[in-house]
Design a binder for this molecule. Structure first.
Ligand SMILES: C[S@@+](CC[C@H](N)C(=O)[O-])C[C@H]1O[C@@H](n2cnc3c(N)ncnc32)[C@H](O)[C@@H]1O
Length: 268
């Protein structure tokens, strides 16, 4: 069972009023179920300190609440949005959360390029939302790369990521570059490239990377490349223009998609 802050407040309230049962979402809003509070053996003292972590996501198991976050080479945490969570690495969110929620954001990205029957490469898997939407919109196979153990472990606990574990999606526990080194020419109908921001992973915006994308995508194959807010702080001026120039040199015909903050490109 997984709860955000609002869920925990409801749970704490029901426990403090010694209610036996409560109807509540245990999967971050995907569904609601009636749960028997006596069986859960929740100690209200355990919930109260946790309520300070307003953006956190918590797993309840055997009467114990676990914050879905990990300190490792950085601080990773699932962050509540009132819908599908995002994941933060050292305070940097991996999805849009303001104008559009992460799951809908992923849907809009995928919609720009997907066709029924496509074989798809999802270069940067993250929480799996883009891969999930690719399958929902008709992909027959998705290869999805995610090299980071912490992200892969957190998404296993995320109710909104569970469709990732589907026969149609093959998860590759490696970087996109490592995976692509083993791909053959013209392997993909469609590629979704949703990298971390440039300051964290500049190599995923390089000409060499785009040239390899151009080799493994079919002629007329479709690429969506998320580029983010062109006006965000610290961004080189003409950042998106630079992406488009390198993609064009690599063999793609590009179209800027301002609404989804990215570039749609077709292999010439
Ligand atoms: C913006 S998120 C992707 C979000 C994802 N599309 C989704 O639907 O949840 C970027 C992800 O790329 C991963 N990443 C970083 N470097 C990578 C690389 N070289 N190859 C593949 N993935 C990488 C990060 O760990 C992070 O999870």
């Amino acid at each position: 069972m997984v709860f955000d802050h609002d869920g925990l407040v409801k749970l704490a309230d029901a426990v403090s009023k010694e209610r036996d049962k409560i109807t509540i979402s245990t999967d971050l809003g995907l569904s609601e179920t009636e749960i028997d509070l006596r069986e859960l053996r929740i100690d209200p003292k355990m919930i109260l300190p946790i309520l300070k972590k307003e953006r956190g996501i918590f797993k309840l198991e055997k009467g114990h609440l676990e914050h879905l976050a990990v300190f490792d080479d950085g601080y990773y945490q699932l962050v509540a949005t009132g819908e599908a969570p995002t994941v933060e690495i050292d305070g940097i969110q991996m999805h849009r959360t303001k104008e559009v929620k992460p799951f809908e954001d992923a849907r809009q990205k995928v919609e720009t390029v997907i066709k029924k029957g496509d074989v798809v490469l999802d270069t940067c898997g993250g929480l799996g939302y883009t891969a999930i939407w690719a399958v929902r919109m008709g992909a027959v196979h998705v290869d999805s790369c995610e090299p980071n153990d912490n992200i892969r472990n957190l998404r296993k606990e995320n109710p909104w990521s569970q469709e990732l574990y589907s026969e149609k999606i093959k998860i590759h526990e490696m970087t996109a570059q490592e995976f692509m080194a083993e791909c053959y020419d013209d392997q993909y109908d469609c590629i979704i490239h949703d990298p971390p921001r440039f300051s964290l992973a500049g190599e995923l915006y390089s000409f060499e990377f785009y040239a390899r994308l151009a080799e493994i995508i079919k002629p007329k194959g479709r690429l969506f490349h998320y580029t983010g807010n062109p006006y965000s702080k610290g961004r080189p001026k003409q950042f998106v223009e630079g992406v488009i120039k390198r993609l064009a040199e690599a063999g793609f015909k590009c179209q800027r998609m301002n609404q989804v903050l990215g570039v749609r490109a077709v292999r010439r």
